[in-house]
Structure formats: C-alpha cells, structure tokens
Design a protein around this ligand. Structure first.
Ligand SMILES: CC(C)(COP(=O)(O)OP(=O)(O)OC[C@H]1O[C@@H](n2cnc3c(N)ncnc32)[C@H](O)[C@@H]1OP(=O)(O)O)[C@@H](O)C(=O)NCCC(=O)NCCS
Length: 278
C-alpha cells in the first residue's frame, strides 16, 4: 500500500483522541511487562498533560487519508538528545510501512542524537526500530542495553550532519579541537601538540558518550591520575589512550553514571568546537 502518511503535531483539542490511543497502546504493551497491569492502571499515563505544557515534549498524531491511525510522543533531553517516548500504530494499519514512514518524518524534524528504547520482551518493536533505524542511518547506529524504562535495548544514532556521524569522524573532529585550555588543569603545563591527548580524557569521554551512549569507564593510571574512556556494546573506545605508553597498567576500574559527572567549562568549550566543524 502506498499510504500517504502525515505526522502532525497534536493540538490540545486532540488530547482526548490521544488518551484513547494511549489506552490501547498501554494495554498492548502490558503483555510485555513482567507484572501485568489491570485496566485501571492502564488508563493512567502520568505525563499526558505535560505533552501540552512542557517545552521539551512533543505529541504527534499519525494520519493516513484523514484517518488517525496512531500517535507518537517525543522528548527532548539535555544536549540536543531526543527520545521516542511512545509510538503506536493501530493494529488494522500495521504492516503497511506507516510506522516506518512516520518515524522518519519525526526523526527529520529533530536534529541531534536519538535514543530509541524498547522493552526486553517487545521483540516486534525491537525488529521494527532496528529495521527503520538501519535504513535511516545506513547502518550507522549503535545498540546497547537500556537500563531506564523501558528496560531492554536501545538504538542510538546521530542525524545532525553538522555534528558527526561515526566515532571515527568524531575522533578526527576531537583531534582538531583539543588544545591546552581543554586539557586537565594540573597537566596543562605538560600539554603540547605532540601529546595532544594529554589531559583530554574526561572531556573526550563525555562527548563520545553524548553522541554514542554506552558506559563511562574510569581507572587509575600509574601516575595516580584518573583516566576515563568509553565502553560501547562491550567494546572499549579510548580516544585518548595514546597519551600513555602501550604497556601502561590501569587499576581500580569503575563504571560511572553520566548524571554524576560535571559538564565543566572544558567540556562545554570542546563540544562547542566539535559542533562547529563540518
Ligand atoms: C511496532 C509498530 C510501531 C510497527 O508499525 P508498522 O506500521 O506495522 O511498521 P512498518 O509496516 O512500517 O514496518 C517497518 C519494518 O518493521 C518491521 N516490523 C514491523 N512490525 C513487525 C513485527 N511485528 N515483527 C517483526 N518485524 C516487524 C517490518 O517488517 C518492516 O521491516 P522491513 O522494512 O525490513 O520489511 C506497531 O506494530 C505498533 O504500534 N506496535 C505496538 C506498539 C509498540 O510496540 N510500539 C513501540 C514501542 S517501543
């Protein structure tokens, strides 16, 4: 079917239509939850009103030939990161490329880093999003575990071409952007163009995490200074490793939470420079 799909911002007057669709959606999703929900619980959706009052939430109706066939909620998080909070196509309209077309229309409206999560047991949704995002990004996305709601997996990709589309590309941009003033203060007097990664590990790790997610790792180097790097899909990505000798030994390895890490001035400046590079 060559459906003309329209994804349009939902007005406040559309709220009752969305509430109706939400009930069907939550009921369907409850089959994938460990704890099954009663009908009463299903009818409550804590954030419904926020979609018409908050600047960081966007409600959409999905329409085909004047018929409302689904809805979607998008959230904007910090640092131009976006999230598909909810996404639903009515059963009668599935398997007709409506969901995939609407998803692309939504992605195209918001440029930045996207996080799209699916519950552990919602295998159809996992297949759907993997397929859509694979086509949309030409395979240029990461997938990792999602430990927030919904717990399961999440795909992460960046559709802002002015930022960067791959870790290699980001690495090149970081190499062009680091300088003495983005170096960790206690090491600044040792920084030089020849050892440009020195003292850049913390800010580099935060920026890689902003774009590609994964885990933030920390360990102690032999000089007693903490070293930071990323672990994405179980693979260590350490873009500032070359500041250490190849036989450097790190101890006290830890996984850190992004929320506990400060967006310091050096990080903001480095990110600003990376964004400016085409
Ligand atoms: C998941 C959902 C949005 C799919 O919508 P849809 O309009 O049927 O999807 P499309 O027809 O655009 O399919 C796009 C791709 O996803 C795949 N796909 C869609 N539904 C699938 C399913 N149930 N099982 C396996 N693959 C599926 C299609 O095969 C297609 O892949 P292809 O292009 O490689 O052939 C819809 O089934 C739905 O609303 N489900 C209930 C709510 C839900 O789980 N939402 C997601 C919450 S994270």
């Amino acid at each position: 079917m060559d459906a003309r799909v329209e994804t349009k911002s939902a007005e406040i007057l559309d709220k009752s239509i969305i509430r109706n669709l939400l009930q069907k959606y939550l009921k369907e999703l409850s089959q994938f939850d460990v704890a099954s929900q009663s009908d009463d619980e299903v009818s409550e959706y804590e954030y419904l009103d926020d979609y018409w009052t908050s600047d960081n939430r966007y409600p959409f109706l999905i329409i085909v030939k004047d018929d409302i066939v689904g809805f979607s909620f998008v959230r904007k998080l910090e640092n131009n990161t976006f999230q598909i909070a909810e996404f639903y196509i009515l059963p009668d309209y599935r398997g007709k490329c409506i969901g995939s077309r609407s998803a692309v229309q939504i992605f195209n409206q918001f440029k930045g880093v996207w996080h799209v999560a699916q519950g552990e047991k919602n295998i159809p949704a996992q297949k759907f999003w993997r397929s859509v995002i694979h086509k949309y990004t030409d395979g240029n996305f990461e997938e990792e575990r999602s430990d927030e709601q919904p717990r399961g997996v999440k795909q992460i990709f960046n559709n802002d071409q002015s930022i960067t589309t791959s870790i290699d590309e980001l690495h090149e941009k970081l190499k062009k952007s680091v300088s003495k003033d983005t170096c960790y203060e206690p090491q600044r007097h040792l920084w030089s163009d020849g050892n440009a990664s020195l003292g850049q590990c913390y800010v580099t790790t935060l920026i890689v995490h902003d774009f590609f997610g994964g885990k933030i790792m920390k360990a102690k180097s032999s000089n007693g200074i903490s070293h930071y790097w990323n672990r994405i899909n179980g693979k260590d990505i350490d873009l500032t490793r070359d500041q250490f000798p190849t036989n450097e030994r790190f101890t006290d390895e830890q996984v850190l939470e992004r929320v506990n890490l400060l967006d310091n001035k050096r990080y903001k400046e480095l990110k600003r420079r990376v964004r400016l590079l085409k």
